[in-house]
Design a protein around this ligand. Structure first.
Ligand code: BDR
Ligand code: CA
Length: 311
């Protein structure tokens, strides 16, 4: 199995991404979860990460708290999407599994330095603050990382937090610029893909029909998460942004994209946090990321429902 660290700000869709990884031990070995401030403040994201691991029956997973604010400026959160707790919808017990004492950035650096070169994949599902901080503190980790597979950005789908920016990149554009400039192989799941991963009513019913605590919790999460997207975008159901990352590790053939140049706008008065993807190769700038544009939605939901049923 591929060894990964999930960097996350749960978030209902983060939760589903984590559950999918934990349900897939043949393909994925989760070395640890690192929490970051994003959808809600760090105190809640680290707690939610522990709740999700307990839901999966995986109290053995190590969970670390990381950065509580972006590299520059104020933290922007998304309670308007995810609710006050960040994980509104299901009723889950207060977590009792421990939070590790070490800082997430220290865990990232130590793990990457100890593992053979090219072994560990990073899976960021939130703002890139923890990853950029680790790269800044220990640049020698960059060539040791096998790949970064992240959810963030948008091209044809423009933005969801500003007219031009996707939330994860917008919260910490300076961090995103460090990551995209690092030379590490990067695969991006932007809104162009995740807005096709919609939990329609029959897909939600399939989660519930699993008849397990995990199935019921995921259905309740997507029920809650869906309200915002339905009202705001007239969307057919909740977009499962972050699970695209873990699904890609299991079934990469479900996704289609292009290896292109992606730059992060950090200055623009109207465009801060925009992912400027050179989809048509007109800039002459060297490609630095595989930017996905399409997915097989039925294949994705078939995989997800099957795997969630194993928990
Ligand atoms: C991203 O922002 C968060 O609200 C979601 O968890 C996802 O990671 C989508 O823009
Ligand atoms: Ca997220």
């Amino acid at each position: 199995p591929r060894k990964i660290i999930i960097d996350t700000d749960p978030g209902q869709d983060d939760a589903v991404a984590i559950l999918l990884a934990l349900a897939s031990p043949d393909e994925i070995e989760v070395l640890g979860l690192t929490a970051v401030a994003g959808n809600v403040p760090l105190a809640l994201t680290q707690k939610n990460a522990r709740m999700v691991c307990e839901l999966a029956g995986r109290r053995d997973i190590r969970i670390f708290a990381g950065c509580d604010r972006p590299l520059a400026g104020q933290l922007v959160t998304a309670e308007h999407v995810h609710g006050r707790t960040g994980l509104d919808g299901p009723t889950l017990p207060e977590p009792t599994m421990p939070l590790q004492e070490a800082h997430a950035v220290a865990f990232l650096i130590e793990t990457l330095c100890a593992a053979p070169e090219g072994e560990v994949t990073l899976c960021p599902l939130g703002p890139l603050t923890n990853i950029a901080t680790a790269l800044r503190e220990a640049p020698e980790i960059a060539p040791r990382i096998r790949e970064i597979v992240l959810m963030g950005g948008a091209y044809f789908e423009v933005g969801n937090i500003t007219p031009t920016a996707e939330f994860n990149i917008f919260v910490d554009p300076e961090a995103a610029a460090i990551v995209f400039g690092s030379g590490i192989p990067i695969t991006v799941m932007p809104l162009d893909v995740t807005h096709k991963a919609l939990v329609t009513a029959p897909r939600n019913a399939a989660f519930r029909a699993l008849g397990t605590p995990v199935g019921r919790a995921v259905a309740a999460m997507t029920d809650f998460f869906e309200r915002y997207d339905r009202e705001k975008y007239g969307s057919e159901g909740a977009p499962l942004h972050d699970p695209c990352v873990t699904a890609y590790l299991i079934r990469p053939e479900l996704f289609r994209g292009r290896h292109v140049n992606v730059e992060i706008e950090t200055e623009g008065r109207f465009t801060r946090g925009m992912t400027v993807a050179d989809w048509w190769g007109v800039s002459g700038r060297a490609p630095n990321a595989t930017f996905m544009g399409d997915l097989d939605a039925d294949g994705f939901f078939g995989l997800l429902t099957d795997r969630l049923g194993r928990l």
